[in-house]
Write a protein that binds this ligand. Structure first.
Ligand code: NI
Length: 191
C-alpha cells in the first residue's frame, strides 16, 4: 500500500480547536473513511508519533490512531500495538493522577500535564467492532492526549505553564530527571 502521509496541522490552525464530529458506523465502512484512516496511520508513522488524531491531518472527525513500538529514544514507554479508535469515549476509573511530560506533533513545546492513571476506553475499531478496555499509566496518558484533540484541547491548555519547554531545552535541562521519574512510575503501575 502506498504511504500517503499528510502534513500535520500546527497550533493556530482552527481545525485543531473545534469539536470533531462523530463517525456513523455505516460511513465507517465506506472507502472514503477507510482511506482517511489509512492516511491517519501513515501520517502518524511518518512523523514518528505515538498517536495522531484526525483533526491533526485536517479532518474534523472523531478518529485517533495510537501505536508505540520499541524506540531507543523512549525506552520507558510501554509498547502499544497499532490501535485505530473511532468515536472513543474515556471514563476515569478513579481520582488517581500522575504528571506526565508530553509533546505533540501539532505544538512545538513540551510540558507537564496531569493525567488519570486508570481509564476505561470504549470505541469502535476501523471494522466497526466495539471495544471496551481498561488502560493504565503512560498508555492511559496517550489515550487521554489523543482524545483531547477530538474536543479541540491541546497540551498548552492543560500544561503547567512554568514547565513549557522547546524540545531542545527539554533535552538539555529536564529529560534526564523526567526519564528517571517516569521509569519508576511505569515500573509501579505497568502499562
Ligand atoms: Ni497531540
Amino acid at each position: 500500500m502506498a504511504v500517503s502521509a499528510c502534513p500535520i496541522r500546527q497550533i493556530g490552525d482552527p481545525v485543531l480547536r473545534g469539536v470533531a464530529a462523530p463517525i456513523d458506523p455505516a460511513e465507517l465502512a465506506g472507502p472514503e473513511m477507510q482511506s482517511m484512516i489509512d492516511d491517519l496511520v501513515d501520517s502518524m508513522r511518518a512523523a514518528h508519533g505515538a498517536g495522531l488524531a484526525a483533526p491533526q491531518i485536517g479532518i474534523a472527525r472523531r478518529a485517533v490512531a495510537i501505536e508505540v513500538e520499541d524506540n531507543p529514544r523512549y525506552p520507558y514507554k510501554p509498547r502499544i500495538p497499532l490501535t485505530v479508535a473511532i468515536n472513543p469515549v474515556i471514563t476515569p476509573l478513579d481520582d488517581e493522577t500522575f504528571v506526565n511530560n508530553e509533546g505533540c506533533l501539532s505544538v512545538p513545546l513540551r510540558g507537564d500535564v496531569t493525567r488519570h492513571v486508570s481509564v476505561r476506553v470504549q470505541y469502535l475499531d476501523r471494522h466497526g467492532v466495539a471495544h471496551d478496555q481498561i488502560v493504565r499509566g503512560l498508555t492511559a496518558g496517550t489515550w487521554q492526549h489523543e482524545c483531547d484533540h477530538l474536543d479541540g484541547t491541546l497540551i498548552v491548555d492543560r500544561a503547567d505553564p512554568a514547565t513549557l519547554a522547546t524540545w531542545d531545552e527539554f533535552d538539555r535541562h529536564h529529560r534526564a530527571a523526567f526519564v528517571e521519574r517516569i521509569t519508576q512510575f511505569v515500573r509501579r503501575v505497568g502499562s
